[in-house]
Design a protein around this ligand. Structure first.
Ligand code: SF4
Length: 271
């Protein structure tokens, strides 16, 4: 039986190794393209631990792990196992499940005392909800709300990062993530000053079951909603459990077409 997240779910001693606040400038595009060429060749079949090690080798603690779900917990565990210190942040959209907050707290205690939390801009949320109500995404799509509650805070979170590390898997979404490489330039969040943001996807080649095997073996905390049929977990009003045989993305924005089921955090991966 897996152990759900919560105050009692912190099974090991607190490890305060993820409070890194190191900063490093982004690298110029031509330099990044050369680096990417080398890394793509070296890391194509590498393990997640080796990919994390390469990210740390090149960007140190300035590389950031954006933390939200099971895959990100696995990344934190893998980084901890390897003794690697990364900056860790999460986005609080204001619409998360209470179980997700319990997971964030459990991981804060277990891994990341320095966990940075980014909220949406209050004025933008006030204007959206005042004008369109609390469920506008059910009427005119989730892009506007996700843009305010997720993408803008992520842009701020990444502004000082030369690289970020995500938990994307190729089998997560056949329509949008099937081609996710282990390392890439993130065009969506690179600036217009000639420098770029490098994105590492150490779990690109892992399946969901591999992630869960690792979480179970390492006794890592996880979102209690996973025990109630939820697989891919986002905001409370936009997430529901799925039935056996359904793809995990069918539990997200189920009122929209499958090809639109991204929130903008990984916009450059759409195919
Ligand atoms: S997932 Fe839903 S509630 Fe959350 S930011 Fe997107 S549209 Fe808004």
């Amino acid at each position: 039986m897996r152990q759900a997240a919560g105050p009692g779910a912190v099974g090991r001693d607190r490890v305060a190794c993820y409070g890194a606040r190191m900063t490093m400038p982004r690298i110029p595009r031509n330099q990044a393209e050369q680096l990417l060429s080398n890394l793509s060749r070296d890391l194509d079949l590498a393990s997640p631990a080796d990919i994390l090690t390469a990210a740390h080798h090149h960007f140190g603690g300035a590389a950031a792990i954006s933390f939200s779900g099971a895959e990100d917990v696995a990344l934190l565990g893998l980084a901890q196992d390897a003794g690697l210190d990364f900056r860790v942040f999460c986005l609080d959209t204001g619409r998360l499940h209470s179980e997700t907050y319990a997971l964030l707290q459990a991981c804060r205690e277990r891994f990341a005392n320095g966990l940075q939390v980014f909220f949406p801009q209050a004025t933008a949320v006030e204007q959206l909800v005042s004008a369109k109500g609390f469920y506008s995404f059910r009427i005119d799509g989730h892009s506007e709300c996700c843009g305010i509650r997720k993408v803008e805070p992520l842009r701020r979170a990444l502004a000082s990062a030369p690289a970020w590390i995500t938990g994307q898997r190729r089998d997560q979404s056949p329509g949008t993530r099937a081609q996710v490489p282990v390392v890439q330039i993130d065009e969506a969040f690179s600036g217009d000053d000639g420098t770029v943001l490098i994105k590492f996807n150490p779990l690109a080649r892992w399946s969901s079951s591999t992630v869960w095997k690792y979480i179970g073996a390492a006794q890592l905390p996880f979102n209690a909603l996973h025990e109630r049929g939820y697989v891919s977990i986002g905001c409370e009003p936009c997430t529901r459990p799925i039935l056996p045989g359904q793809h995990e993305r069918e539990g997200r924005w189920w009122w929209e077409e499958a090809t639109r089921k991204e929130c903008g955090l990984h916009a450059s991966d759409r195919s």
